[in-house]
Design a binder for this molecule. Structure first.
Ligand code: OGA
Ligand code: NI
Length: 371
């Protein structure tokens, strides 16, 4: 596939916005397209050539996202080892798998099955939830309509970034209990991870919690149907997360990739493991000690791929000011970011398409650019 061909496919007379709008109005998502029996990819999903997943960029098989076993967290020796592993992974990769995380397998299987049932249920029931950044619980395809190409994915979002309160009655009945169990468990695990990250930064264990990093969250429940021409499309475009940390559960289909030393590395699913990644807010308050890394999801011929990502966002309504943590700055290591509130950060995050830089807006101009 050459860039010339891509441009031809998206020729001048082609009305991208019109096609996207018509697709949006079906409220049936990419799942609806698959059900209608399409076997070629509609044009609006064709990515610009530079964004396509290049076959030639074969990963170095030795490059693997670190796996951290949390068993033994309660004894001092293991804990110290775990903290060092968390530090290393968060500095070098921004991503790590965790094993023995304490979340029962039936809760994880339950959420994967619950998401599948939500997206595969009767279309009329599912349509009721269709919306875009209006309701606390909503489903859509392409949550942002300003992108370069449509993405091959449907998502149910539960937004508790503006209020910690969630009325369970707002949740789709078909996956209500699965969501309640999943969020309860992940919020608990997140607290443990925030403690480990505080220690990894050389701070007291409840430092990040005191900064209200555990207050306010958003969870996205993704469904990536099998794609007829996966090499032309993307499931999730490259981005970094607008969170302190993100906790990701996924089924075994695969497709997540992280940008590591300028190479896209496949994150192979590990049964029973969860993935943790560092988001932009933690990168900023750690003054770039921990890295919020770009990642994306390939479209797949197999599927559906299912994932649940819970973002610890902080509360967007909090008046609290955030800035690089005092203990982490010095004359040699001056603050790289100015003060911001979570509300300000989130507003900036959504003010532009997803794959554009998030934290540049808050950088102090004469500091070193972040890698
Ligand atoms: C996200 C994300 C990855 C996945 O929702 O921010 O990166 O595996 N999801 O679905
Ligand atoms: Ni992400």
């Amino acid at each position: 596939m050459s860039s010339i061909l891509t441009n031809e496919l998206q020729g001048e007379d082609y009305d991208w916005e019109k096609e996207l709008k018509a697709f949006d109005e079906t409220k049936a998502g990419t799942k609806g397209l698959v059900d209608s029996g399409i076997n070629i990819l509609p044009k609006m999903f064709i990515q610009p050539f530079d964004e396509m997943v290049q076959k030639s960029s074969i990963n170095d098989a030795n490059l693997r996202v670190p796996v951290i076993d949390l068993a033994g967290l309660d004894n001092d020796t293991d804990r110290e080892r775990i903290v060092q592993e968390v530090l290393h992974a968060s500095q070098k990769w921004g991503f790590f798998h965790v094993l023995n995380h304490g979340i029962p397998m039936d809760v994880l299987d339950g959420i994967i099955e619950g998401i599948k049932m939500f997206h595969e249920q009767d279309i009329e029931t599912k349509k009721e939830f269709y919306g875009r950044r209006k309701k606390q619980v909503e489903y859509n395809s392409n949550y942002d309509m300003r992108m370069k190409a449509a993405i091959w994915r449907d998502t149910l979002t539960v937004n508790c970034s503006y209020t910690d309160h969630l009325d369970p009655k707002l949740l789709p009945p078909i996956c209500r209990n699965a969501i309640l169990d999943h969020t309860n468990q992940v919020l608990k695990l997140g607290n443990t991870i925030l403690e480990l990250l505080s220690l990894a930064l050389g701070l007291k264990p409840d430092c990040l919690k005191e900064m209200e990093s555990d207050k306010g969250w958003t969870c996205v429940y993704h469904y990536y149907p099998p794609c007829p021409q996966p090499e032309l499309a993307l499931g999730t475009e490259k981005h970094s997360d607008s969170s302190f940390i993100t906790v990701l559960a996924q089924n075994q289909i695969g497709g997540l990739q992280v940008l590591h030393e300028n190479q896209w590395v496949d994150v192979h699913p590990i049964p029973d493991a969860l993935i943790i990644n560092i988001g932009d807010i933690l990168q900023m308050i750690s003054n770039d000690k921990l890295k919020s890394v770009l990642h994306r999801v390939r479209a797949n011929r197999d599927g559906p791929r299912i994932s649940a990502a819970l973002f610890f966002t902080g509360l967007a309504t909090s008046p609290k000011n955030y800035a690089p943590i005092k203990e982490l700055i010095s004359e040699q290591n001056p603050p790289m970011y100015r003060e911001f509130t979570i509300g300000e950060f989130i507003a900036n995050y959504f003010s532009r398409p997803l794959n554009e830089d998030r934290y540049h807006h808050f950088m102090i101009k004469d500091s070193e650019p972040s890698k």
